[in-house]
Write a protein that binds this ligand. Structure first.
Ligand code: BES
Ligand code: MN
Ligand code: ZN
Length: 469
């Protein structure tokens, strides 16, 4: 990730970004009057994320960009930051001039926008940003903490995007597990345990789904356990490193983005590392069942009955409903072995998520109103939207099977049915499930999102975890 520096010292050889929002324009020294007059004449410059390149009556600085911060909410500032970084080329020095007295939340949003809008895939052929990015403030030290918080959430999102953008020819379960182990190495309080082979005997869903691939499955338990922590949150993430649909094979269009089917695992891992980076005083465990859903002679079949970690069985009706099978084992493991206070599950689980809610909104399920409200609020602040859908009991009978405890792919509304399937495996623990298939990918650059993986969930989880007692 490129550096962002807070400083008092401005430089006229740089490109200046001037926020237009409710805090009023920043002080711009000798250019103050001139730029203020230009802002007056520029309609719409204040819309969130709007970019206006000023004509050049001002000979120096080299360019002046107006960036809209609208009402001054954290998300509006995030949009302003993303607009500014997109307008600056990679070798340009960019200065964002902060209005006097702007809030810490505004600076956090702005910095997140700069980093998120300026994301670049770590293996991209294009050179990394070399131009310095500065936040110009009269009292820079007042904002150091906001900048540090933004750095942690942005770094987590960059990691989640990098993992998700990695091609599946590289990203098999073993590689993904290795990435998690490497990220956890040498950090006191952080440990990563990888299970494979015989250690997975009880993980019947994971073994079935991963059985068709030459790259066998892994189960990773990443743990942040600071001394004295009492609250324990378990985060579970779907980690299908590629989803062909298996024997119930996907049509070609439906398959082409399926390297992203581990976006849930990427987000929970990144959020747990973020919790460690922030030194949060709670215990956080990320569980990631990692498997490739492949087509081969050893693949599991429609009609097969699978025994999960908790000893209950699922009749597989459609090998493309693989996510819930691997998650079932992870959720049962969490409730039996870890007895946490709370479990949050993230998964690119159904195409129905986008049908119901469109491309930028995750579906939230929880029997717990307080937890649902807290996650929604954290998402709102973080700039990641979710919408609560019902655990509609009137469809529960569709789960019935003649030969097992349930079927894997019942009739009914797709995203709701998947949530009803998972519900059994949380035990007595407080829980929430986020179906984030839709917002896990962006078709094009859009404010804080860059084309490709969005890293959805990492930011929300870090915000949520940060406010727990
Ligand atoms: N990984 C897919 C869901 C998905 C679809 C994610 C599109 C992102 C974009 C999941 O494994 C799947 O195939 N779900 C099926 C479930 C069905 C077979 C019950 C679906 O949504 O069609
Ligand atoms: Mn599938
Ligand atoms: Zn899938």
């Amino acid at each position: 990730m490129f550096a962002i520096r807070l400083t008092e010292l401005s430089d006229k050889s740089a490109t200046w970004a001037v926020p237009v929002g409710p805090d009023g324009p920043p002080r711009l020294g000798e250019l103050d009057a001139e730029v203020r007059a230009l802002i007056e004449q520029t309609s719409d410059a204040g819309k969130a994320g709007a970019l206006t390149v000023l004509p050049r009556p001002v000979n120096r600085p080299s360019r002046v960009l107006l960036v809209g911060a609208s009402t001054g909410s954290e998300s509006d500032w995030r949009a302003a930051g993303a607009a500014a970084i997109r307008a600056a080329s990679g070798d340009e020095i960019l200065e964002v001039h902060l209005p006097e007295g702007v809030s810490g939340a505004a600076v956090r949003g702005l910095a997140e926008g700069l980093w998120l809008g300026g994301y670049r895939y770590r293996d991209a052929p294009r050179a990394a940003r070399s131009g310095e990015v500065r936040l110009i403030a009269a009292n820079p030290s007042a904002y150091e903490e906001s900048l540090a918080l933004a750095r942690v959430t942005a770094a987590a999102t960059w990691l989640a995007r990098d993992l998700t953008n990695t091609p599946s020819s590289v990203k098999n379960p073993e590689w993904f597990a290795g990435q998690i182990v490497a990220a956890a190495a040498d950090k006191p309080g952080l440990t990563a345990k990888v299970r494979s082979g015989d250690e997975l005997t009880r993980f019947g869903g994971l073994l079935a789904v991963g059985g068709g691939s030459v790259s066998p499955p892994r189960f990773v338990e990443l743990s942040w356990q600071p001394a004295g922590a009492t609250t324990h949150v378990v985060l579970v993430g779907k980690g299908i490193t590629f989803d062909t649909g298996g024997i119930s094979i996907k049509p070609r269009d439906g398959m082409k983005l399926m390297k992203k089917d581990m976006g849930g695992a990427a987000a929970v891992v990144a959020a747990t590392l973020g919790a460690a980076e922030l030194g949060l005083p709670i215990r956080v465990t990320a569980l990631t069942p990692l498997a490739e859903n492949a087509v081969s002679g050893s693949a599991f079949r429609p009609g097969d009955v699978i025994t999960h970690y908790d000893g209950t069985t699922s009749e597989n009706l459609n090998s493309d409903a693989e996510g819930r099978l691997v998650l079932a084992d992870a959720l049962a493991y969490a409730s039996e072995q870890l007895a946490p206070d709370l479990v949050v599950n993230l998964a690119t689980l159904t195409g129905a998520n986008a049908v119901a809610l469109g491309k930028r909104t995750a579906a939230l399920y929880s029997p717990d109103d307080d937890l649902a409200a807290a996650l929604t609020a954290a998402g709102e602040e973080a700039g990641e939207r979710m919408w609560r859908l019902p655990l509609a009991d009137d469809y529960a009978d569709n789960l019935a099977s003649d030969i097992a405890d349930r079927v894997s792919a019942p009739a009914g509304p797709g995203s709701v049915m998947a949530a009803l399937f998972l519900r059994d495996f949380f035990g007595d623990t407080r829980w929430a499930h986020l179906d984030m298939s839709a917002p896990s990918w962006a078709e094009a650059d859009d404010q804080d999102l860059t084309k490709g993986a969005t890293g959805w969930g990492a930011r929300t989880l870090i915000r949520y975890l940060s406010q727990l007692p």
